[in-house]
Design a protein around this ligand. Structure first.
Ligand code: ATP
Length: 332
């Protein structure tokens, strides 16, 4: 079965060839049908450009893009079976919710009764059946977000692209919408490609994800692989807060002379522990405490569960960890 989306050595450079902006710089990518795939990375790393290359709003400078096995590199957006949900929702303010949702079907020439029936069906799917007559300005941010989803889904895309779709929502609503999006995707089994710079969002929602850095994919894998086995310092740093240890410190902890990562939650106070240092700070987190120590000039954080005995700032302590917690990275 062909992949939902495939990038083969894709480049998208902007500006003059003598000094190009390398927005996408040699990306190979395979997204399986039915996947919830996240593109994660800092601002300017090329995520949105990759999404626009899938939707057809952007064309590659070099390389090929296939959707369900068909090379669409030269196919205009409206002929790709793909829809996008934008961060600002891009709803028509003068149209009511029902007309906003039915708009794509009207453009395709579908009759009024049929397109309204489909719009109602989509509004029910996103729990907005009672809101069809309202204008977007009369809705909350979360409701507007759901209208935007319904408006994209009514076209029955085989791939739904979501560009930071929860970025405008406050934390609580954002978490509720994360659950809703995930369950919607599981029910519909449409391939979702989701752009975010929020690592928690990517790790908790995606089946697999690509971590972008400077137009390239730094690592691709399941959330567990990315979190527990980061390949590079960049991935370890960007995805969750990790202690990134230089080769000398890795070696002093019994590992090879390579860069390694050690997650704060795998550390505990242990008088026989191999990691020795001075406590520099202590912070209450609600669910536990975060302590920081300096060891061989390196700051190391540890998360201690609530109820643990706590050291004082300035105190020399030792931290222990299970051997498999020290993850050796391929490169620096
Ligand atoms: P963000 O999270 O801030 O949206 P991003 O990872 O989605 O960032 P892109 O929007 O893909 O990043 O941009 C990647 C790089 O390409 C940036 O340096 C950006 O300024 C540049 N870029 C994007 N579009 C254009 C364009 N049309 N012309 C010139 N440069 C562009």
């Amino acid at each position: 079965m062909p992949a939902a989306v495939e990038f083969r050595s894709v480049y998208r450079h902007f500006g003059p060839a003598s000094a190009p902006i390398k927005a996408v710089d040699g990306v190979d990518l395979t997204i399986a049908e039915g996947a919830f795939f996240a593109m994660l990375g800092p601002s300017g790393s090329g995520k949105t450009t990759c999404l626009r290359l899938i939707s057809g709003f952007e064309s590659p400078t070099a390389g090929d893009i296939c959707i369900f096995g068909e090379n669409v590199s030269n196919t205009p957006p409206h002929l790709r079976n793909v829809n996008t949900v934008f961060q600002d929702y891009a709803l028509f303010p003068h149209m009511n919710v029902r007309d906003n949702v039915a708009y794509g079907l009207m453009v395709k020439g579908m009759g009024r009764a049929q397109r309204y029936a489909k719009a109602e069906e989509m509004l029910a799917l996103v729990h907005l059946d009672a809101y069809g007559s309202r204008k977007p300005g009369q809705l909350s941010g979360g409701q507007r977000q759901r209208v935007a989803l319904a408006r994209a889904l009514v076209n029955e895309p085989k791939v739904l692209l979501l560009d930071e779709p929860l970025g405008a929502l406050d934390l609580k609503l954002r978490e509720a919408m994360q659950d809703e999006l995930k369950s919607l995707q599981q029910r519909l089994r449409i391939t979702f490609v989701f752009v975010t710079h929020d690592q928690h969002e990517a790790l908790s929602m995606a089946d697999s994800l690509a971590v972008f850095n400077e137009g390239k994919i730094a690592q691709i894998g399941t959330p567990t692989e990315i979190y527990a086995q980061p390949k590079t310092r960049f991935v370890a740093d960007f995805v969750g807060s990790s202690n990134v240890l230089p080769p000398a410190l890795t070696q002093s902890l019994g590992g090879p002379a390579k860069w390694s990562s050690l997650r704060p939650e795998t550390l505990h106070i242990d008088p026989a522990g191999t990691l020795q240092g001075t406590v520099t700070s202590l912070r209450y987190l609600g669910s536990g405490h975060r302590i920081a120590i300096t060891s061989q000039g390196q700051d190391i954080a540890a998360i201690l569960p609530s109820g643990s005995a706590l050291p004082e700032p300035g105190q020399d302590i030792r931290l222990g960890f299970t051997p498999d917690a020290l993850h050796i990275m391929d490169e620096g």
